[in-house]
Design a protein around this ligand. Sequence first.
Ligand code: ADP
Ligand code: MG
Ligand code: MG
Length: 211
Amino acid sequence: MTLNAEWAARWLVAAGDVCDRDRAYLSELDRLIGDGDHGENLARGFGAVRGQLLSSPGGETPAELFRTAAHTLISTVGGASGPLYGTALMRAADALQGHSELDAQGVVDLLGAAVDGISSRGGAEAGDKTMLDSWLAAQAEARAVQAAGGSVEEVIEAAARGAAAGAESTEPMIAKRGRASYLGERSRGHRDPGAASSALLLEAAAAAVRS
Ligand code: ADP
Ligand code: MG
Ligand code: MG
């Protein structure tokens, strides 16, 4: 089994649904250590991505769909997360260019590209209490399963599991990037909103394989 453009479209549509469903939760996390708009930002951005896909589902490859979604996120999300997710998807599109399907290695490549995009765009490092911590954990878990000969389904499940653990791991961290960093020590004890949304988005990616 491989992951094709239909999977990518199901994922991006589901991302819009997840951001609607968990909008209040994500904004509440952001209210505690930021400015309280993360859920709104993502519901607007991924809602626009979903709307575009449902009205004109064009795109022959995952790369094309990711590139279009990246442009939409960058132009519709006002907050820091828009350009960060946009850059992640843009880099993923570059990495997958010319491939109509992703195998287990393709999923690892997608995650690596997203990590590179987020870190080069935002300058964060591991442990800075940002969305990068979720993507790094997703990448590590996915790589391990892929190296052990895991299937594409197993690798994407591993990514979702890793991202969830990565999001949880941000709770004791002190924020070094983004708005939460203004709180310094007081950011400790709260889950980073972007790390939480990243875990939800990767869970949606795995769910789109099962559906
Ligand atoms: P804003 O902070 O502009 O209101 P959002 O609330 O939508 O934007 O997104 C906040 C999230 O963005 C944070 O929880 C964090 O995960 C992520 N973030 C912010 N700055 C950076 C950065 N420099 N590198 C990586 N992630 C970042
Ligand atoms: Mg915010
Ligand atoms: Mg904001």
